[in-house]
Design a binder for this molecule. Sequence first.
Ligand code: FAD
Length: 499
Amino acid sequence: MSKHVVVIGAGLGSLSAAIRLAAAGWEVDLFERLPGPGGKANSESIDGYRFDTGPSLLTMPWVFDALFEAAGRKREDYLEFIPLEIICKYFWDDGMVLRTWANRKKLFDEIRRTTGEREDRLQAYFDRCRKIYDIAGDLFLEHNPKEPSTIFSRQFFRSLLRVGGIDAFRTMAQAHEESFLSPRVRQLFNRYATYNGSSPYRTPATLSIIPHVEYDGGGYAVAGGIYAIPLALDRLARELGVTMHYNTPVEHILSEPAGKSDRFRVRGIVAGGQELLCDAVIAGADVRPVYRDLLSDETARDIVRYSKLEPSSSGLVFYWGMKRGFPELELHNIFFSRNYPDEFAAIFDRKTCPEDPTIYVNITSKVTAADAPKGCENWFVLINAPCDEGQDWQAETARIRARIIKRISTLFRIDLESAIATESVMTPRDIQEKTASHGGALYGISSNSRTAAFSRHPNRSKRYRGLYFCGGSTHPGGGMPLVVLSGKITADLIARYEQ
Ligand SMILES: Cc1cc2nc3c(=O)[nH]c(=O)nc-3n(C[C@H](O)[C@H](O)[C@H](O)COP(=O)(O)OP(=O)(O)OC[C@H]3O[C@@H](n4cnc5c(N)ncnc54)[C@H](O)[C@@H]3O)c2cc1C
């Protein structure tokens, strides 16, 4: 008889774990409190405009390809990834514009032409980013560094010998200060710290693996929008026999004492008032509500330690249906702030929205025309924001909305307000309520310390045998490809410990 696992949540991490285990012969029941899959990667439609609610840029497509392969399928039969020629268009207030091209020569030419930065410095930077990825990438992204199977592996030992090469003792901003002469280029590459909700002035330069992944691996759009990904994974999971229970929150994880006084064995879950017994449980939800609400245990060492860590940044998002098109914009656009250090001091120290935020505008109707009425555009406008700690979000929303409209109107010499046909807003508190993510953190904990890579919640509980974790608050962290990898790490651990 096949073994039975319950998966909590239908975020991308949970879907990845469910698919891998179903493909390996497990009986899988997946429970999600929302009506459909995706979690933070969801979709919203307003007055004929469709928006991806969360993630917008896809990198590391091979992670998704490998997930389909593990299920004996081809990703191309389910999802179309479209490589971007221009990954992002950057705007500064003085009128400077820089496009980041996927093609290396075009990228270097554009950076040199607009900023004067030297090509040999850019090349040396990319070489260093690749080296860091070669040393640390696979080890941290495909395995949990706290598991004995990782620690005693030959690969871990080899990486230890080269650990000096991962640039962990400078911050990302310090590394960019030394790498580049142009302040604009430093700002451009400092932005990559926000890809996992961190500050470039505190996160270690090791995180330079992020630009490596984007420029060497490419940036991609998805036909039908990012939401096509959870829809495809939901379809694949069903084909493999996973039973999906939407609109069904898990209320409790059942356990019984096992051996030592502080050790338990997971027995199953309670959902809709019904007990369902199983051999293992995977929690793909944020770990803090899992301990507080589902285990009623906030004294476990893993969660006590985790709760002391700094959460990643959150976001304040405006979904604007625009009455017209903006040919001067690309799929991904950034309007940089004038004072980048102060932006991160606001988010992580003062816990307020920046006075002069960097503005990100994503327009999926540039790729998927059906996402907006003809001749119109769907603008997803995001600024990085602190997590919810009781701030007055109504006041913050009004202040930031006015700032964004003024900045873009001034730059393009237009009346942006009059182009907005319809709108909706998502604050950090809304993100918390919608996705059950503590404080509305987008990526679990921040990487604002040298030890963050070792501090994420483990994928396997030692206190609760049979309980496993995946998703953004666990190793290896947040972001679409990483949570899909967390699902793989978790499925691998279950194969090792539960057979
Ligand atoms: C505004 C925004 C912008 C982002 N931009 C990017 C980007 O450009 N690129 C990128 O890679 N990433 C981005 N991210 C981050 C990315 O979306 C997340 O890291 C990733 O989607 C999280 O996946 P997850 O597996 O952790 O699950 P989540 O998406 O957090 O989903 C967890 C699910 O568990 C469910 N759940 C919780 N408790 C229970 C319960 N008791 N019972 C049943 N179900 C439960 C929740 O309802 C939720 O659906 C962004 C996120 C947001 C919000």
